[in-house]
Ligand binder design. Structure first.
Ligand code: CP
Length: 300
């Protein structure tokens, strides 16, 4: 694996290897040293979890890490991203972690034949967020390891969600028993990779083992895709009443950041069934496994 761009490019073996390695890091707190592999974070969209956890993951592996400040970078003087990537590679950066609003950009940069740097997709528009899907899988499989017997429900703004896209590919590859995609008609996915789509929260949540609540991504809504937030809350928010439709031990997850009181109530987000902070913690270990995997394909 030279780049980490989207789940559909991974094999079942690569996914289970990453999962096992992330769990090893978590359980042993034993970390190898890869000090010859400098890493740069290049985030064109806002982030707390992904950016900081990739930085921490790199530091745990003794990789020098640079956070490129795009407010003061030469892109403000008109440099194009291809030249920024070439410049960073010429300085010796080996792994570049990119978040960008343009779908397919990480793949395009990875395809540049003159580019020796390894690219990690940390989220590209509405397309893919593969490291988030991997840390979600890690969190689920720690608690409920028999994926073939699980019913997972993803709830909310699925049409605009790169997380939902990556999770569909991952559930298909890993043989998750049942995947339900619950969304109001206006936010249903245009393409479905795996799972059944429904507008009914109650129907979709019945007997669910895992409920993954998505953020309402207001910044991505176009004219004609707007939905009154009060009506969304009325029909789709995860509340204690609605949780009764799922299994009694259903895991509640959310990739974050949360819009409290819109897509999920505080008592659920902070309650005993919530795994939201465990997702965040697992993100560091999963991203260590991803960085190590790419490091192993670097030719020094
Ligand atoms: N889940 C996620 O990508 O969060 P950030 O935007 O904070 O990185």
């Amino acid at each position: 694996m030279k780049h980490f761009l989207e789940i559909s490019q991974l094999s079942h073996l690569e996914i289970t290897t990453l999962l096992q390695r992330a769990l090893y890091f978590k359980n042993t707190l034993t970390y190898p040293c890869y000090s010859q592999s400098p890493v740069a974070n290049l985030f064109y969209e806002s982030s707390t979890r992904t950016r900081v956890s990739f930085e921490l993951a790199a530091k745990h592996l003794s990789m020098p890490v640079i956070n490129v400040d795009l407010q003061t970078s030469s892109e403000c003087k008109g440099e194009v991203i291809e030249d920024t990537v070439k410049t960073l590679a010429a300085m010796g950066i080996k792994i570049l972690i990119i978040r960008h609003g343009q779908e397919g950009l990480p793949q395009r940069l990875a395809d540049m034949s003159y580019n020796s740097v390894h690219i990690i997709n940390a989220g590209d528009g509405m397309h893919a967020h593969p490291s988030q899907a991997m840390l979600d899988l890690m969190t689920i499989s720690e608690k409920k390891p028999d994926l073939s017997r699980l019913k997972i429900a993803i709830v909310g703004n699925i049409r605009h969600s790169r997380v939902a896209n990556s999770l569909q590919h991952l559930c298909a590859l890993m043989g998750v028993g049942e995947l339900t995609l619950i969304a109001p008609a206006i936010w249903q996915p245009i393409n479905v990779h795996y799972g059944q789509v429904t507008t009914s929260l109650q129907e979709g949540m019945v007997n669910a083992d895992v409920i993954i609540c998505l953020r309402v991504q207001r910044e991505r809504l176009l004219t004609g895709e707007q939905l009154d937030i009060d009506s969304y809350r009325r029909d789709y928010a995860i509340t204690s009443d609605r949780l009764k439709h799922a299994k009694a031990d259903a895991m509640i997850m959310h990739p974050g950041p949360i819009n409290r009181g819109i897509e999920i109530d505080d008592d659920i987000a902070d309650g005993p069934q919530s795994f939201i902070l465990q997702q965040v913690s697992n993100g560091v270990f999963m991203r260590m496994a991803i960085l190590e995997h790419l490091n192993n394909s670097i030719h020094f």
